[in-house]
Design a protein around this ligand. Structure first.
Ligand code: SF4
Length: 503
């Protein structure tokens, strides 16, 4: 039990988030006076001064007493900015006292957000020098130098891959969600439905998707809109038949303008058990640039434990088949922290990846999302400790460096094990443009199909409006016509510069 007394502020939520960086599922009690219960006691006070704030943090565990103080000047006297400064001061004081007490260092400092690279891009695109941007990130959110270096490396790489990065809002990208998979993985919270038990939904869903592709295609043509990248995700798009895939590509090419200018077309073929020679032929014919074949782990017992009903051999076999057929830009995903996996299993997976050397490798850290089967039955799964997870991340990072891969995008998740991050690595010139676009939120992403979330952004506005499609095929199938009408109406409003709509 951790008792917390907040004085001079009401930042309970932020304080809880910082504590969660140090303790898994901590039992917190915000109190106005200490109880007699044993355990950690934290007093966090905030005092206003003429030109800023002073935050004190005091920690007492019955034996040890620690104290830190942080002073901050206001950079602006606007109420919102002053509140932000005060919050940062309290969080920083808390971070310092917890780091000293636990001996853990938080590389991301007090940053809770999931897109750290976006912060750096925002500063740089506003004309701030690199040095000043770094100084601000170090001061405001206490980013540690090694994380700043990583961010800068990624940002530099993104600017090389997308040279018009700060004007790319003149174009948009498309995400197409196909919500079916062979089986549902235990950690999955994506809109993914086992295709065999949803066969009756597949054709109505495809009918809706063709309709949405056509109507959105007309809007794109009317607005003479160029498309930066297209991404088929889900679910696993290759769960549908080769003929159905072929027809979707036909509709897309018939209705979307400037298809010859699309910089990248990706299809998630994540589950090797969905890949066939016929589907690869279809993708080759429609000039798909990039596919994903995701091992997640090269340990068979792990695949069984997480409900992925395919074999390790199948992953390797399908990888070779795709390469032979000329689909050579292949991404592979690995997940760190899967049940019963530690350094030895990761080392094994990396040795296997090394035999294949895919164009890109995305290293995820297992995230306990509330809706997944795994979170709901947490006690059934044994996962590595925080220290081991950190060591595994380091192992993956060292491996990528030794094998010619470099990081090109990064995001953090809530409830991620060890407060680490997911990192996309690639060999030179094999980065995914779509991954950069979705992560950095620099242009409209039009989401079509099930579970797809559009992010609408008028060029030059920098303001995003989320527009979610239904997650389940039944609702999508029942409502797609009205859904498309509403989306086009809101899209027109956003692009006409009217105030952003909320759907
Ligand atoms: S393959 Fe991917 S989308 Fe499908 S169930 Fe597994 S994690 Fe979810």
């Amino acid at each position: 039990m951790i008792e917390i007394r907040c004085e001079g502020h009401t930042f309970e939520r932020e304080v809880s988030l910082i504590l969660a960086l140090f303790y898994e599922d901590p039992a917190l009690a915000f109190v106005s006076r200490w109880t007699d219960e044993p355990g950690l006691k934290l007093k966090l006070s905030l005092r206003q001064q003429a030109d800023g704030v002073v935050a004190d943090s005091e920690l007492f565990d019955g034996h040890k007493r620690l104290f830190h103080q942080v002073q901050r000047s206001y950079v602006s006297l606007e109420e919102k900015a002053m509140r932000k400064t005060a919050k940062q001061a309290v969080n920083y004081a808390l971070l310092l006292v917890l780091e000293e007490y636990t001996g853990m260092e938080q590389g991301w400092g007090i940053l809770i957000g999931i897109r750290p690279t976006k912060l750096l891009h925002q500063l740089l695109s506003s004309g701030v020098s690199k040095e000043e941007a770094h100084r601000r990130l170090q001061q405001d959110v206490v980013l540690r130098p090694y994380k700043l270096q990583l961010l800068q490396e990624i940002v530099d790489r993104q600017l090389r891959v997308v040279p018009d990065f700060y004007q790319v809002d003149q174009e948009l990208s498309i995400y197409i969600g196909i919500p079916f998979c062979p089986t549902k993985c235990a950690y999955c919270t994506f809109p993914a439905y086992a295709i065999r038990s949803h066969t009756a939904s597949v054709n109505p869903f495809l009918e809706g998707l063709h309709y949405e592709l056509e109507r959105i295609g007309e809007w794109l043509t009317e607005h003479d809109q160029k498309i930066t990248s297209i991404y088929f995700g889900g679910g696993t798009p290759t769960s549908i038949t080769a003929e159905d895939m072929d027809m979707l590509f036909q509709t897309m090419h018939r209705k979307f303008p400037h298809m010859d200018k699309v910089r990248e077309l990706t299809v998630e073929a994540g589950r090797p058990d969905t890949i066939t020679r016929e589907k690869l032929e279809v993708m080759k014919r429609w000039e798909v640039d990039r596919i994903s074949i995701n091992p997640q782990s090269f340990t068979q017992e792990t695949l069984q434990a997480i409900g992925r009903h395919h074999t390790v051999e199948e992953t390797i076999e399908k990888y070779h088949l795709a390469m032979e057929m000329g689909l050579t830009n292949i991404n592979m995903d690995l997940i760190i922290g899967l049940p019963n996996e530690g350094l030895a299993e990761l080392a094994h997976s990396l040795r296997e990846v090394e035999k294949l050397m895919p164009a890109s490798l995305t290293v995820h850290t297992l995230s306990f999302k509330r809706a997944s089967e795994m979170t709901q039955n947490k006690e059934r799964y044994r996962v590595a400790s925080r220290d081991e997870i950190s060591a595994m991340m380091q192992m993956a990072s060292d491996w990528t460096q030794a094998n010619g891969y470099a990081p090109y995008y990064l995001y953090r998740q809530k409830n991620i094990l060890g407060n680490l991050e997911n990192v996309g690595y690639s060999l030179p010139d094999q980065e995914s443009i779509y991954n950069i676009m979705i992560m950095e939120e620099v242009q409209t992403i039009l989401g079509l199909g099930c579970g797809a979330v559009s992010k609408l952004m008028a060029p030059g506005s920098g303001k995003l409006t989320r527009w979610p499609n239904p997650k389940d095929p039944k609702t999508y199938n029942d409502t797609y016509k009205i859904l498309v009408e509403n989306k086009l109406r809101d899209l027109n409003e956003v692009y006409a510069g009217k105030s952003a709509v909320q759907s």
